[in-house]
Write a protein of this length. Structure first.
Length: 134
């Protein structure tokens, strides 16, 4: 028979973000982190950074990575302190935020596209409607 066999798997391939997509996703928050680290406080910057950590936490929760959850909890505490005290980070806080942002960036980059979409939606809706988790 001349009929072309089509064994296309209909299940979407669990593909990762390309490095470019990953960079794009985190480009603005990374810029905001930089702005915040040079002591220019702006709630937008802090929320932007919080959003990245929230996504990382949702993904860590989904993957049952308790080590990462434990790692990000104190970082989220720093973010909340900056929000509450309306100030930029101290040198130590800044170092912790920068380090944690890089970990989050790497962790998000390991996920597939659907998982990131889910986490992004969840982090945006839940936590901007109800405030950050305590």
């Amino acid at each position: 028979s001349m009929r072309k066999k089509c064994h296309r798997n209909t299940r979407e391939v669990a593909r990762r973000l390309t490095p470019q997509q990953n960079a794009d996703l985190l480009l603005v928050p990374r810029l905001h982190l930089h702005m915040l680290l040079v002591q220019k406080y702006d709630l937008t910057y802090v929320c932007s950074i919080a959003w990245v950590f929230n996504i990382a936490v949702v993904l860590a929760f989904e993957a049952d990575r308790r080590d990462l959850l434990r790692f990000f909890i104190p970082v989220q505490d720093i973010v909340l302190i900056l929000m509450n005290e309306m100030r930029g980070p101290t040198t130590n806080e800044g170092d912790e935020l920068r380090n944690a942002f890089n970990v989050a960036d790497h962790w998000i980059g390991l996920q597939n596209v659907q998982r990131i979409a889910m986490a992004t939606k969840y982090a945006s809706q839940e936590w901007f409607e109800n405030g950050l988790p305590a």
